[in-house]
Write a protein that binds this ligand. Structure first.
Ligand SMILES: [Zn+2]
Ligand SMILES: [Zn+2]
Length: 102
């Protein structure tokens, strides 16, 4: 998948993230929903895959303050709780989509 995807922060304070995929499918995620699925070494223990992050510690009004593309395959979000080490591959985000899959 190329990085022709587009990201928009939506909702009153940007607590939702709208992703427009290059096949014109659109998904809306809660910022917190993406944040708590973070797979970085601070959030998930590498060898056991045990989740170290307690989702309850992530504020429900979390927002993505900024984001950047990592190569052509992933997005790195700068969350308002100052966590930004997580990298979210496009295919992982797409797999989180709850819309009907094609
Ligand atoms: Zn979707
Ligand atoms: Zn993380």
């Amino acid at each position: 998948m190329s990085n022709k995807i587009k990201i928009d922060r939506v909702g009153l304070y940007g607590q939702k993230i709208l992703i427009r995929w290059d096949d014109s499918h659109e998904c809306t995620f809660g910022a917190k929903e993406i944040r708590i699925s973070c797979q970085c070494a601070q959030c998930v223990e590498e060898w056991s895959k045990r989740q170290l992050l307690d989702p309850a510690t992530v504020p429900s009004d979390l927002t993505a303050e900024d984001y950047l593309f990592v190569g052509k395959y992933a997005i790195q979000f700068l969350w308002s709780d100052a966590h930004y080490t997580g990298i979210f591959p496009f295919d992982v985000l797409r797999a989180m989509c709850r819309c009907a899959r094609k």
